[in-house]
Design a protein around this ligand. Structure first.
Ligand code: ATP
Ligand code: FE
Length: 319
């Protein structure tokens, strides 16, 4: 829950983390997640207003994520937003969660179009072309696992609790790409991705060594996995930049917090596309948060997008 002023200034950004419960259950259990939302939502609302030092009377609109995501959790948010909008006579602005991830980067820099976004998260891996403000065209996406999902799945094999991305990223910095895992679809003439083959190669390598009684270096395993992920993400993005001239490139989503990816994309874009400005979502706003929904919501509000009390959660919502 967050209060954002004019879409640009974060007055409060309350995140009710569920990491403890995710770790206890080894991942996100949908029913547990939605119950947690119900328990936390009123406290988060109060805290967001308190910390921003505003009341409902000061608000101009209520922006809410209605998809994509887990239906139970989305429904809790949508119901709460409807209640607030109805009780305080405020417009209700529906926001796509993935648009929110992209607009997290607008807290760093004003957006200039056309632009492109590399959107990498727990459930999505997409290259999105934005011709204008709030217009989204998916140029390519993953055909199986999302990049974040692959991190979490190999993390489980290595005994890292969910979400595993940050720890694997840290280990990767202490290791080397000694395993040379596959880089699926890297040279294909499209902007799609595939990470399930990499995940299987990683898991097979790990288990085969285990059966031989060998212990592989976890830092080298992490570094090899990460190098493979970063190589394809960066390669495909550079190819898209060649085909679609843009002024800015946005890096957003939970996996955008990855240091290896941030450094490599920065280096390659600066060298090969000096006229393109790379805007990396702030580290604190890469993962799920409400401020990013406020930023996207402000644009949607200006564009006249409104929902009424019939707004429903849409778990499979796309751009
Ligand atoms: P989506 O946004 O696609 O609906 P989500 O909301 O579950 O999915 P996010 O919160 O955007 O996902 O991102 C969480 C993902 O980011 C997790 O898979 C996590 O492992 C990954 N992640 C977080 N930090 C890092 C990092 N430093 N390196 C790699 N992955 C990371
Ligand atoms: Fe997300």
């Amino acid at each position: 829950m967050s209060v954002v002023e004019d879409g640009h200034k974060i007055l409060s950004n309350i995140i009710a983390t569920q990491i403890d419960s995710h770790q206890r259950f080894g991942g996100v259990v949908p029913e547990v997640a939605s119950r947690h939302h119900i328990e936390q939502i009123t406290r988060c609302l109060d805290e967001a207003l308190d910390q921003a030092n505003v009341t409902y009377d000061d608000l101009k609109a209520v922006a809410i994520t209605y998809g994509p995501g887990l239906v139970g959790s989305l429904l809790v948010g949508v119901s709460a937003a409807k209640a607030v909008a109805w009780a305080h006579h405020l417009p209700l602005v529906p926001v796509n969660h993935m648009a929110g991830h992209i607009y997290a980067a607008r807290f760093v820099n004003e957006f200039v179009f056309p632009q492109m976004a590399l959107l990498v998260s727990g459930g999505h891996t997409e290259i999105v072309y934005m011709k204008d403000e709030y217009s989204f065209e998916i140029l390519g996406e993953t055909r199986d696992d999302a990049a974040g999902e692959a991190y979490d799945k190999i993390g489980r094999v290595l005994g890292v609790s969910y979400p595993a991305g940050k720890t694997i990223d840290e280990w990767a910095h202490a290791g080397h790409d000694t395993f040379h895992f596959p880089r699926a679809m890297e040279k294909d003439h499209n902007y799609d991705f595939s990470f399930s083959g990499l995940k299987s190669a990683f898991i097979n390598t790990f288990h085969n060594a285990e059966q031989r009684g060998e212990t592989l270096d976890r830092n080298d395993l992490a570094a090899s996995f990460q190098q493979s992920v970063v190589d394809v993400l960066v390669e495909k993005t550079l190819k898209a930049l060649q085909q679609y001239p843009v002024k800015q490139l946005i890096l957003a989503g939970g996996v955008a917090a990855n240091q290896g990816l941030r450094e490599r994309l920065e280096a390659d874009v600066t060298r090969q596309f000096p006229t393109v400005t790379l805007i990396k979502a702030p580290l604190k706003l890469c993962g799920d948060n409400a401020a990013m929904i406020g930023a996207a919501g402000e644009v949607a509000y200006r564009k006249g997008q409104r929902a009424d009390m019939s707004l429903n959660a849409m778990p499979g919502l796309s751009f």
